[in-house]
Design a protein around this ligand. Structure first.
Ligand code: DGL
Length: 265
């Protein structure tokens, strides 16, 4: 069996590359729902339905465990999938999200005030803040929706990214945030630009730097999944829509040439 990694688009390739760098032997199946990207401006019902279809596909590809790398999908669908859908539809398999592991990494570092940038849906859901309050209610929290970033990244809008980032980050710069969580798969691509704008006084936490070690730890504690995942260092990459632009973007994000195959979800 394999490890599945799901994202609404191609940003999750960055996390995939990081997981492979950390655990090179794991056999991985990646799915990016490029046909329906961006998820971040859609309704809860739609995001849940898209995510359900995506994990159905990954389980049909013989995945024992799926990481929902997309924060928007994690915010919407994770609990409901784990508690209601999987026990009936895919007993013995599991999905993991990225929100709690990201918060835990920030809490472990001892910050008093966290900031978050994420899609409209993730910010409006308030899931990061709710989960933080459950774990560490004394840590202060501020968040900013940054809905233009994914469309700019996915459509080669480099020329405008700095101006848009400066606009979005201005309130967080003045609110005393010590650590900024990049709560979207795509934002790790902008970490250098974001670092320049927020300055040295703010620590950035990027999920591609957090999740691989968290996953390794999870696998060590859960042999019921980890023993089932084969370890030949193989990777397959699927998307729900493909164009020459997507192929080029996938290679740019992943950092080397990859074969991406179109599938119907
Ligand atoms: N991948 C999504 C996330 O991590 C953002 C992209 C989208 O809006 O679909 O939240």
């Amino acid at each position: 069996m394999k490890l599945g990694i799901f994202d609404s688009g191609l940003g999750g390739l960055l996390m995939t590359r990081a997981v492979q760098a950390h655990m090179p032997d794991l056999d991985i199946v990646y799915l990016g729902d490029t046909l329906r990207l961006p998820y971040g401006n859609r309704s809860e019902t739609s995001i849940f339905e898209f995510t359900k279809r995506a994990i159905d596909f990954l389980f049909a590809q013989d995945c024992a465990l799926v990481i929902i790398a997309c924060n928007t999908a994690s915010a919407t669908a994770l609990r409901k999938l784990q508690q209601e859908y999987l026990p009936k539809a895919h007993p013995g398999r599991n999905v993991l999200g990225v929100i709690v592991p990201t918060l835990e990494a920030a809490i472990d570092k001892g910050f008093d005030k966290l900031g978050l940038i994420a899609t409209n849906y993730t910010v409006n859901s308030n899931v990061f803040h709710e989960e933080l309050t459950k774990i560490s209610p004394d840590i202060k929290f501020d968040q900013q929706a940054t809905p233009l970033l994914v469309p700019l990244i996915e459509n080669g809008g480099d020329l405008w990214v700095d101006d848009v980032l400066r606009h979005y980050l201005a309130p967080l710069k003045t609110s005393g945030v010590e650590c900024l969580l990049l709560g979207c798969t795509h934002y790790s691509l902008l970490k250098d630009k974001i670092k320049t704008i927020v300055g040295d006084g703010v620590t950035l936490l990027c999920q591609d730097e957090i999740i691989p070690a968290k996953l390794e730890n999870y696998l060590a504690r859960h042999p019921e999944y980890s023993d089932k995942i084969s370890r030949n260092g193989l990777a397959q990459f699927y998307v729900s829509d493909v164009t020459p632009h997507y192929r080029a973007a996938a290679e740019k994000i992943y950092g080397q040439a990859i074969e991406i195959e179109k599938v119907e979800l």
